[in-house]
Design a protein around this ligand. Structure first.
Ligand code: ZN
Length: 292
């Protein structure tokens, strides 16, 4: 159809109908993403997460992938919002605002009930983003904490990290700076944070080399030594997708099927790949209760 020859009335009507279809298409995509997630299918394809799959396989820009996955999860909790999305009453931006509020309140042990969540959506529906922002902020029990963490790119090698911290954290930072003052005077927050990260990475790395202990060579390795060896062999990353997030020890032959806990039967998988492997072994239905 040549748009240039379409009359004005038809052009508007057609555009309206396309936008309606576009909204329904979005919620349909979210349903599909949910099913892919339920099966942890992206793990089989070597992606580290549904987000990784949405960005690298489906080609969404990172922010769009993030917003879609956030909406996908929220629809599971509050199925009523799908209808509101299809009707154009709430957008992905509205959902993002509501979700930040729900997460913040949950952290503060003030989890919103289903009815409260629905009521938030009723209040922000059809509102411009600025007003929706003001409404969600007014519903927060600690509006000063409602600011999400931010990572801004400053240059190719530099980022700016922003987060809101408690006054207690501020005191801890000052104490730490004091402790390190002899070695590192005038430590910046970024330098201190980097030192802490290095410390955490070496301290909490499950594959870290333990101090040699005096033991007879004939002694069997302890379970801790076995696990450390498995982490070292895998270079402390998922052996399926190379993710370093939420790593777990997996039995190649499941214990339920007689698999042992010797080095040869152990491997490192991230949580998603481990869940995918369990789904393949035991079926999605049986695993449902263990998956979020
Ligand atoms: Zn993995």
């Amino acid at each position: 159809m040549n748009l240039k020859t379409m009359n004005d009335t038809n052009l508007i009507a057609k555009t309206e109908s396309l936008v309606r279809e576009e909204r329904v298409l979005l919620t349909t995509v979210l349903r599909h993403l949910h099913e892919i997630n339920r099966r942890r299918l992206y793990s089989s394809m070597g992606y580290k997460s549904l987000f990784d799959f949405a960005v690298r396989h489906l080609g969404y820009p990172e922010d769009q992938a993030y917003r879609r996955i956030a909406a996908m999860k929220l629809i599971q909790e509050v199925p009523e919002i799908e209808k509101k999305m299809n009707a154009g009453e709430i957008s992905l931006t509205h959902i993002g605002l509501a979700q930040s509020l729900f997460r913040q309140e949950k952290k503060m042990a003030n989890e919103f009930s289903h009815e409260q969540k629905l009521s938030v959506f009723d209040q922000i529906a059809n509102k411009p983003v600025r007003e929706a922002e003001r409404i969600t902020l007014s519903l927060s029990s600690a509006p000063e904490l409602a600011k999400p963490d931010r990572v801004n790119t400053v240059s190719e090698n530099l980022v700016e990290l922003k987060f809101t911290a408690s006054i207690e954290l501020r005191k801890k930072v000052e104490s730490l700076k004091g402790l390190l003052a002899h070695q590192h005077p005038n430590l910046s927050l970024g330098e201190l944070f980097e030192q802490l990260c290095d410390l955490g990475l070496s301290e909490w790395n499950p594959g870290k080399i333990a101090a040699p202990r005096k033991c007879r060579v004939t002694q069997k390795p302890s379970q801790a030594q076995i696990l450390r060896g498995v982490f070292q062999r895998a270079n402390t990353q998922c052996e399926n997708c190379s993710s370093v997030y939420a790593l777990e020890i997996d039995h190649v032959v499941p214990q339920a099927k007689g698999g042992n806990s010797e080095v040869e039967n152990l491997r490192i998988l991230c949580r998603s790949c481990n869940q995918r492997s369990a789904i393949k072994e035991f079926g999605a239905k049986k695993m449902e209760q263990y998956l979020n």
